[in-house]
Design a binder for this molecule. Structure first.
Ligand SMILES: [Zn+2]
Length: 909
């Protein structure tokens, strides 16, 4: 009795204390010492993290969860904000959101749950750390949501589950500390010396179908496995000149694999956002053709949601803690559909941008609070449609399919097989032929043009660990994968147990189709015959092509002894078994993970060689490991590289040694170089150093390095231009002494001769993408293949090849191409293509064939590529220069072309 009384009393006291604490929500000013948006003031992540926790402690409207760790080891939190009553049964709402997203219930239950549930809205900030408005609006929005008691805020809390997330804590710490280090406010700047994500900077928003990075993996898990938000709002900066903020709806092209309800769903949210700004007298919103953003590309934090039936919203806003003046842009001053309420020139303060962002957040939350059941049900309906399209025969209406209708008709007409029957001329539409419906039906009844019902990834392929890595990228994005428990046969072909099956009859079908099928980008020009409109990012990226793995497209319904894998559970390749072998072992040089194993062996001092001819069915370039390597091989068995025991040491081996690698970078940081830095760590290359222009200019490179890597960027072209280099405008006196060694640029006059001396002394240089400019600076006898008949570089109206996947042919006998297949899918992004003069000793490593090489994406006039050389090796003195014009390490995605880099990272004795 007494115990009971005490506990009631305690509960009463605790409740009272809680209420007393809850009464006071500390404002940003109390915590940070300034109001969010004050001129010249930034919060770093350490301060912000403490504030997030403080608010979570003080308010019963928040549940805070540790969601993951960042690349630099900081904590990354998810803040779940809603009414206390909603938070008390948050798992119930989370479960409903998941059920709507997966769409495996019937429509009656979906109707019921849509009324019982609450929409989930994701709002983030800080993904791009120099985009300071995004970082700081998140803090202010969090404060307002937990502290305001007006009717709108309470309605939102009652009706919406809000997820707040800081996407890149590491970058916030770097940029805020950098900006605030200067006492003099006028000296404060964002010219940080390195990338604001440890490895990839801005490309942290290019990783959302691949999920290489820790932060991406966490975000994808929260979005596609756990919470399935109906709306995902991703904050960015900056707007085009003359506008304040660019946002939805977005321009064409929109991706034809997306559900129409998704596109009109964006419109609904967008209208609420623009309306609110207009009503609040906040001009300067631009949309549609007013900005460059489309809904074509997958892979960004805003765009990957589309392929999961989630409404992705991106805004790009102006603003800086250092006040600025908005420019006069006459083109934007007349109201139109793109910019309904133009901005007039004015002095612009950070606080105004924070206010805009908070308004936009509240516009979305208000919309969600009023339309929650529709948002939930619409997501379900999109998922249902996807399941239906993956179950029944379905023809995705894409340009190449649709063009067949016209082409078939035109051919028949030309052959006199069909009589032209012009539609009667109307007053508004030009006359055109009345194409008989049979031409439509012929295409849309052609079974060979149907979408696949699924894909099979056989477990008996040469590099199965690579296939497992591909499967894991899908699993991280919430895709349901099946695995075969036993051998089976589909369409007359036998597959072994352990094969993976990806069925398209699931809610996230658009994502699956997107990663397995070519992107069929439309020809998109400013006007007929005019310059192309560049895609917002890549035009084509088909991940299964980039991986170069074996798989089959299955057009008919199929089944087998398949078990569904738990959603989100990552797969490992089958563990290798290492038997005793006196003669040693062979590791297949085609298997990417073999390089990890070899690097472990080399680190342990085991002597490793490569075969120079085919041995026991393993191609030239496979690795020979002596019997002393057994312990290391066994310890690395989880990598799935199956060693082949051999009776004796093979003949004609080339001993390999690790190399000292210099990886070129520059002040501000190169993203392609950062991705390779990430890859060198993942594949356990031991001895690499990041080097800067000053290191090159200091000379004596051969004393320090065996291989120099120049990965896209920072090398001037032969005409001296140096496009794409960041941080080159930084003044030395503004940079603290410890970072000054990173300043400077690679020059034709001083740096290139030092690289030449390095090569002549026996060094190797590997250049990728635009860094192949170095070939011209070194006078290697190659020329640009992309020129007109007079030798002038082609204009974009003549030839255009944005980010897309091309087919090239590889020399697999040269050591540079060991382990590569003869036909390679490679990422091309306006990449250099070469011609080699006949008399030279330059050796082509990869080249185009006679045919149109486009596998996925867009090429305007592919004829120019015919027989062009895309990669070559050239001896310089005792050394060797390698050029890979195409993006063989593109965002660490193309596992199919990694070996073109890895092969060059050893030296032979
Ligand atoms: Zn951004």
């Amino acid at each position: 009795m007494r115990y009971r009384f005490t506990s009631i009393l305690m509960a009463f006291i605790l409740a009272g204390m809680h209420a007393a604490i809850a009464q006071h929500i500390p404002s940003p000013k109390e915590h940070f010492g300034f109001t969010i948006g004050d001129d010249y003031q930034l919060a770093n992540y350490t301060q912000t993290e403490a504030y997030f926790k403080k608010l979570a402690d003080a308010s019963d409207r928040v549940k805070i969860e540790l969601a993951g760790k960042t690349s630099e080891g900081r904590n990354q939190y998810l803040m779940i904000v809603s009414s206390p009553a909603n938070l008390a049964k948050i798992d119930f709402y989370k479960d409903i959101s998941q059920k709507m997203a997966r769409a495996e219930i019937d429509s009656a239950e979906a109707r019921k749950l849509s009324l019982a549930g609450k929409p989930v809205v994701w709002i983030d900030g800080a993904l791009h750390s120099t985009e300071l408005v995004g970082t700081h609006q998140l803090i202010e929005t969090f404060y307002q949501l937990v502290s305001r008691n007006d009717s709108e805020n309470l309605r939102i809390l009652d009706n919406v589950v809000i997820l707040l997330f800081n996407c890149n804590p590491d970058g916030q710490e770097l940029v805020a500390d950098w900006y605030m280090q200067y006492e003099d406010t006028l000296q404060r700047n964002k010219s940080i010396p390195r990338l604001y994500h440890k490895y990839v900077g801005h490309d942290n928003n290019r990783d959302f179908y691949m999920n290489n990075l820790m932060e991406t993996t966490t975000i994808s898990r929260l979005q596609y496995i756990e919470w399935n938000p109906q709306i995902i709002y991703n904050h960015h900066q900056t707007a085009p000149p003359g506008a304040v903020v660019a946002g939805p709806p977005y321009r064409d092209p929109f991706n034809y694999v997306l559900d129409p309800v998704l596109i009109t769903g964006i419109d609904g949210v967008a209208a609420a956002m623009i309306n609110r700004l207009n009503l609040e007298d906040k001009p300067g919103y631009t949309r549609l053709a007013g900005s460059v953003f489309s809904t074509w590309w997958n892979g960004g934090l805003r765009t990957a949601p589309y392929f999961h039936n989630s409404i992705g919203i991106l805004t790009e806003i102006i603003g800086d803690p250092t006040p600025m003046n908005t420019p006069v842009v006459p083109d934007r001053l007349v109201p139109n559909n793109g910019t309904p309420y133009p901005l007039t020139p004015q002095k612009w303060h950070f606080k105004t941008s924070i206010d805009y962002s908070v308004s936009l957040n509240y516009a979305i939350l208000d919309y969600a609070s009023r339309n929650g059941d529709q948002l939930l049900y619409n997501m379900y309906k999109m998922g249902r449609n996807a399941i239906k399209h993956g179950t029944e025969d379905f023809w995705t209406p894409k340009p190449s399919t649709i063009n067949k209708i016209q082409a078939n008709y035109d051919a028949d007409k030309a052959a006199g097989k069909v009589e032209a029957t012009p539609v009667e001329q109307s007053s508004r539409y030009a006359s055109r032929d009345n194409i008989p419906v049979s031409y439509f039906e012929k295409v849309f009844n052609d079974p060979s043009l149907r979408d696949p019902k699924g894909y099979i990834i056989p477990s008996d392929q040469v590099d199965f660990p690579r296939a497992v890595a591909f499967i894991n990228a899908l699993i991280k994005s919430g895709i349901q994968i099946h695995k075969a428990d036993a051998a089976f046969t589909v369409s007359g072909k036998s597959y072994p147990a352990g094969s993976y099956i990806v069925k398209t009859a699931q809610a996230f079908r658009p994502h699956i189709i997107d990663l397995f099928e070519p992107q069929d980008h439309p020809n998109d020009f400013q006007y007929p015959g005019g310059p192309p409109i560049p895609p917002y990012d890549a035009a084509g990226w088909t991940l299964v092509y980039q991986f170069g793995i074996d798989y089959d497209r299955i057009l008919d319904a199929f089944d087998g002894p398949f078990s569904p894998l738990p959603i989100g559970a990552l797969q490992s390749p089958p563990t290798a078994t290492v038997s005793k072998s006196k003669g040693g072992y062979l590791l297949d040089g085609r298997v990417n993970n073999a390089f990890v194993v070899v690097n472990k062996l080399l680190a342990a001092g085991i002597k490793i060689s490569r075969t120079t001819e085919s041995v026991n069915g393993f191609p030239a370039g496979s690795f020979y490991v002596p019997s002393s390597g057994k312990k290391i091989l066994s310890a690395a068995d989880s990598l799935g590289v199956q060693p082949l025991a051999v009776a004796s040491k093979p003949k004609n081996l080339a001993v390999i040694k690790p190399t000292r690698i210099g990886l070129f970078d520059y002040y501000g940081g190169s993203m392609p170089s950062g991705w390779v830095r990430w890859m060198l760590e993942q594949y356990e290359f031991p001895q690499w150093t990041v080097i800067y222009p000053q290191d090159i200019d200091a000379g004596n490179l051969k004393d320090k390095y065996d291989v120099l890597l120049f990965i896209s960027g920072g090398i001037p072209s032969a005409d001296g231009s140096q496009a794409g280099m960041r941080g080159s405008a930084v003044k030395e006196e503004d940079v603290p002494a410890e970072y000054r060694h990173m300043l400077g640029r690679f020059t034709a006059e001083k740096s290139a001769p030092n690289v030449r001396a390095f090569l002549e002394a026996g060094g190797k240089a590997v250049t990728v993408g635009s860094s192949t400019n170095l070939a011209y600076l070194l006078g290697i006898p190659v020329t640009n293949a992309l020129v007109d008949s007079t030798g002038k570089p082609l204009k974009q109206e003549q030839f255009y090849a944005p980010g897309s996947i091309h087919r090239v042919y590889a020399d697999t006998s040269d050591a540079a191409g060991w382990g590569m297949p003869a036909e390679v899918a490679v990422m091309h992004s306006n990449s250099p293509v070469f011609r080699i003069s006949n008399a030279s000793n330059v050796k082509p490593l990869a080249w185009y064939g006679e045919e149109n090489p486009l596998m996925s994406g867009w090429i305007w006039l592919p004829e120019y590529l015919k027989n062009g050389v895309t990669a070559f090796a050239a001896p310089v003195g005792k050394g060797m220069f390698y050029a890979f014009g195409q993006e063989i390490t593109f965002r660490a995605q193309p596992h199919g072309t990694f070996k073109w880099l890895f092969n060059q990272l050893y030296k032979s004795e």
